[in-house]
Design a protein around this ligand. Structure first.
Ligand code: TYD
Ligand code: MG
Length: 419
């Protein structure tokens, strides 16, 4: 469909020409004072790189139902020192009031506006002069200057450009909620991600309670931070010590469970990998993986079969990462093969042991990054032993209380583990 843009009108209203500048020597530039507004949410501050930068435009993406509106309304309600304008084009005032009641925070400084016209929003914002603006969601906004429907590419692009200009000229930080399509991209043009300063992604499995908040772009900080939340009946709760909640507390060790010391960006996490190996009842054995790449699981099974002589070809193998978390860190390999063998051989693994190593095709145990952080986290969590690659040996910190076992080959690993 052709989209008609009224050029004349849009030109005079939108052209923004900042005061012209002359070139400066890079060494003459005085270190800028990027003003950051600390948010009443440590996980959010962490992923933003230490607070929300004044005048910045942050895209907050996620699949429908994951909790985007809940989290940002919660932030809006907890910012009691600042005037916040929460604009919703998705829900009625009454729905928003019900959600606020559910979250249970009262705030005299939080304004709600149900509006979808960007011109009207700016008009209201000019009158109210909020110190933080939240837009829920970019897909519902429209500008009267373009003749296409809300949610279309040109509407999204134009509204984002207008919000960017608003943020830069007023210094008010703006959060834009954006829906993500099933394939994981923010619905609308990719260009949206290029336009904003920061892109945050809210992820998780809606059937589970945990949510991960990742930075995929940040002009004011690193992109390797991770925030973790738990969805409760009264809003989202920050999880400051994720390793504690992702591991099931057990009295007795059970077979088929091994703990992996993984990292998500820079954040070390202890996660529980669970495997169930059983004789295939009907013909073709089944392989399934939840929270882990199925092709990688097949690769690990082939290595176990070929290099270590374990007969798995006629077995069903089910793999699960506890807590609905998705793991991409190859360091989880070692825990996964341990869980598989523990289930296959019915030998429980001590819950005080954890693992961090990548497995290569020839059965070698390869080194992984950030080994010091993984060891430190394991020690902090009270683990007695951690198994890592021998090629990581140089990076092992001195004076740790945890016993660090280094292994180079799968055979050697099994001898050390099972004796
Ligand atoms: P929502 O914030 O509407 O998701 P999004 O804006 O990303 O589409 O939240 C969706 C789910 O969260 C909804 O199924 C209800 C649930 N929820 C809770 O479990 N606890 C709460 O306190 C609230 C407000 C919502
Ligand atoms: Mg919503």
């Amino acid at each position: 469909m052709e989209e008609i843009i009224q050029k004349e009108q849009s030109h005079s209203k939108q052209a923004f020409t900042p005061a012209s500048d002359k070139p400066h020597l890079i060494t003459d530039i005085i270190p800028g004072n990027t003003m950051r507004v600390p948010l009443p949410d440590n996980e959010l501050n962490r992923v933003l790189g230490g607070g929300l930068v004044q005048g910045s435009l942050v895209l907050f993406g996620g699949e429908p139902g994951i909790g985007k509106s809940t989290l940002l309304l919660q932030v809006a309600l907890t910012m009691n020192k600042m005037k916040v304008l929460y604009v919703s084009g998705e829900e009625s005032q009454d729905q928003l009031r019900l959600r606020a009641e559910r979250i249970g925070i009262k705030n005299q400084n939080c304004y709600i506006l149900t509006e979808t016209s960007i011109q009207n929003i700016f008009q209201q914002a000019e009158a109210l002069k909020p110190e933080l603006l939240v837009i829920d969601s970019i897909q519902t906004l429209f500008t009267g200057l373009i003749d296409s429907t809300p949610g279309s590419i040109s509407q999204i692009r134009q509204c984002t450009a207008d919000l960017m200009r608003y943020a830069k000229t007023t210094g008010v930080p703006v959060f834009i909620i954006g829906h993500i399509t099933k394939d994981g991209s923010i619905a609308g043009p990719k260009v949206l991600e290029h336009m904003v300063d920061t892109v945050l992604q809210f992820e998780g499995d809606t059937h589970h309670i945990y949510r991960l908040l990742r930075t995929t772009k940040n002009r004011f900080g690193s992109t390797s931070e991770l925030g973790i939340y738990e969805m409760t009946g009264t809003g989202l709760r920050e999880v400051s010590n994720p390793s504690e909640v992702l591991i099931t507390a057990r009295e007795e060790p059970v077979s088929g469970v091994a703990i992996a010391a993984v990292t998500e960006g820079v954040r070390p996490l202890m996660i529980e990998t669970q495997a169930l190996v059983s004789t295939a009842a009907y013909g073709t054995p089944q392989r399934s993986a939840t929270g882990y790449d199925l092709r990688r699981l097949s690769m690990l099974l082939a290595v176990l079969e070929k290099r270590c002589g374990f007969r798995l070809a006629a077995k069903d193998v089910f793999l699960n990462i506890a807590g609905g978390i998705k793991v991409e860190d190859p360091a989880a390999d070692l825990a996964i093969v341990t869980a598989i063998l523990s289930s296959g051989e019915e030998i429980p693994i001590s819950p005080r042991y954890c693992f961090a190593g990548e497995i290569g095709l020839s059965g070698e145990i390869r080194p992984v990054n950030r080994i010091e952080q993984r060891i430190a986290e394991a020690e902090k969590m009270g683990f007695e032993q951690i198994f890592i690659s021998r090629y990581n040996k140089k990076e092992i910190p001195k004076n740790n209380h945890i016993k660090v076992q280094t292994v180079a080959k799968m055979e050697e690993f099994f001898t050390k583990l099972f004796g």
